[in-house]
Structures are given as structure tokens and as C-alpha cells.
Design a protein around this ligand. Structure first.
Ligand code: SAM
Length: 277
């Protein structure tokens, strides 16, 4: 082998990992996500956001938008966060593709930031499961979600209200949608500007849009609350900041672009190779 080929070969070996590590981080930085100011959004992109993998795909963009918005608040000086979730982590092993594992994602966020997650579920078994997988920042309540929200004392401080209780029956979606409507009605009047509301499990079935959130959407629309992301999860924000929405558009555009998909693909292969050695 001639000297030039050896130098080129060594060049590729040395430069490739550098490009692989640096380019995605550089691209994310260009749309406002960087390790210093948005570490958890970065983690969501690196660990959970995987457009090539169905595990997280349907909830990836909305979770990314959501954690980005929380970290925007942190960047502006907010020190503590209050997250309220209806429908808790219920399965072991953790069933991310089906349930979303939102309880774990919120708890992980609160391992880096101060605050509390209050999660409520009818099923008392959730408490044991959550105690195994979550930190002291997560407070588990057992009971009906509507009653819980009606009596929740600090509703005016809620940053995230995540609605994911009463399971959806695809052939009869109304009871679930009505339950989630009751949840939002129980607490809406107390929510502050900037509060984010998310409803899980919305999709098309037999050519019809169904899910937990369509009645919540109608209710919030009547109140003038904008839907800032519409997909498998519906995300609303009370008085969103236009500059944040612009950034979210750019971020979601980037992470679903061909360039990023290329890097996600490389990462997948690198991980596979690393698992073999
Ligand atoms: C889809 S799971 C929640 C999944 C969880 N958010 C996660 O990501 O892992 C729905 C949960 O809602 C609970 N649930 C159903 N009806 C409820 C109600 N009226 N009040 C509180 N929880 C309820 C169920 O017991 C079930 O555990």
C-alpha cells in the first residue's frame, strides 16, 4: 500500500468519529439546543428521539418540544418546576412503545432540575412500580384523576399538565375523551400563562381522527388556547412565546431532516458494533 493511501485511511479513521460526534451537536446548537443550556433536550435527542425506531417515534417530537420549552424557562431563570400527570407508570418492564413512560421521563428531568412531579392513578400498584424507577421528586397519588385535580392545591404553579389516564377503546373513544375533558375542566381556570397541557394517544383509526384529546382540543380552542403541536400527542400552551414556537419549528424540522436521519443511522450502526465488541 502506498504512503498516500495509508495517510488517507488513517485520516478517515481519525476524522470520522470527530465528525460523527461534532456535526450533530453543531447542528443542534445552530437551532438553540446545546449541552450547557438545554442538557435534557439534548438527552432526549440522543437517547430517545429516534425517527428510525418505532419505540419513541410517535412521541419523540412532542416530548422534545415540551422539554425544550421547560429548558427555555430554566434559561430565563426559573428555578423549580411543577409537573402534574394523570395516568402513571403502570408496567414492568417499562413499556415505552405503548405507554410512553412519561412518568420516568419527567422524573429524569427532575433529577437535573429542581421541582416535583405529582402523578395520579386509580391503580394502587403504580405506587410500587414508581418507587422502584423514580426518585423522591415524584409523588404518587392513588385515586380518581378528576377528583385529584379539583382538589390540587398548587394548580396555579403547574408548568406541565400531562393527561394520560382513562385508556382509549378504539371502537368506543368517547368515554376516554370525555374523561380527559373533565380533567381539563377541573383545573383549567387555575392554570398560569406559560402552562403547557399535553394529551396523549391521538391518531387516525378507520379514516377517523380519534383519541383522548379531541374534546380537550375543542374546549381549549373555545378558550382561545393555541395547539402548538398536533400529532400522536396534542400540545397546548397558555400564552406561548412566538420566539419559542419559531425555535420549536426549526428544531423539529432539523431532527426530522435527511441529514439528521443520516447521523441517527450512523449512531445505530456504531451502537450495534460497540455492543458486539
Ligand atoms: C396509559 S396508562 C398511563 C401511562 C403513563 N402515563 C406512562 O407513560 O407510563 C393509563 C393509566 O390511567 C389509569 N386510569 C384510568 N382511569 C383513571 C382515572 N379515572 N383516574 C386516574 N387514573 C386512571 C389506569 O389505571 C392506567 O394506569
Amino acid at each position: 500500500m502506498c504512503k498516500k493511501t495509508i495517510v488517507a485511511f488513517l485520516g478517515v479513521i481519525i476524522v470520522a468519529p470527530f465528525l460523527y460526534l461534532k456535526i450533530p451537536a453543531y447542528l443542534l446548537k445552530s437551532v438553540g439546543i446545546n449541552q450547557e443550556t438545554h442538557p435534557y433536550s439534548m438527552r432526549v435527542v440522543n437517547e430517545y428521539f429516534e425517527p428510525l425506531d418505532r419505540t419513541f417515534r410517535k412521541r419523540g417530537p412532542s416530548f422534545l418540544a415540551l422539554f425544550f420549552l421547560l429548558e427555555q424557562k430554566a434559561a430565563k431563570g426559573q428555578k423549580e418546576f411543577l409537573i402534574v400527570e394523570t395516568g402513571s407508570l403502570r408496567a414492568e418492564p417499562i413499556n415505552m412503545p405503548e405507554d410512553g413512560a412519561s412518568t420516568v421521563l419527567f422524573d429524569n428531568f427532575l433529577r437535573s432540575y429542581k421541582g416535583e412531579l405529582h402523578t395520579v392513578d386509580l391503580d394502587p400498584k403504580c405506587k410500587d412500580i414508581i418507587e422502584k424507577h423514580c426518585s423522591y421528586s415524584t409523588i404518587v397519588h392513588t385515586g380518581d384523576s378528576v377528583e385529584f385535580l379539583e382538589n390540587f392545591k398548587r394548580a396555579e404553579y403547574i408548568d406541565i399538565l400531562y393527561l394520560d389516564s382513562y385508556d382509549l377503546n378504539w371502537d368506543n373513544p368517547e368515554p376516554s375523551a370525555e374523561h380527559h375533558l373533565k380533567e381539563i375542566k377541573a383545573v383549567f381556570h387555575k392554570l398560569k400563562p406559560g402552562a403547557i397541557i399535553i394529551v396523549d394517544d391521538n391518531f387516525e383509526h378507520n379514516g377517523k381522527l380519534i383519541g383522548k384529546g379531541y374534546l380537550v382540543e375543542k374546549f381549549l380552542k373555545e378558550k382561545g388556547i393555541p395547539l402548538i403541536y398536533d400529532g400522536y400527542q396534542k400540545v397546548f400552551q397558555i400564552v406561548p412565546q412566538p420566539e419559542d414556537l419559531e425555535k420549536i419549528d426549526q428544531i423539529l424540522h432539523l431532527v426530522s431532516s435527511r441529514t439528521m436521519k443520516f447521523f441517527f443511522k450512523i449512531k445505530k450502526y456504531v451502537n450495534k458494533i460497540c455492543a458486539l465488541v
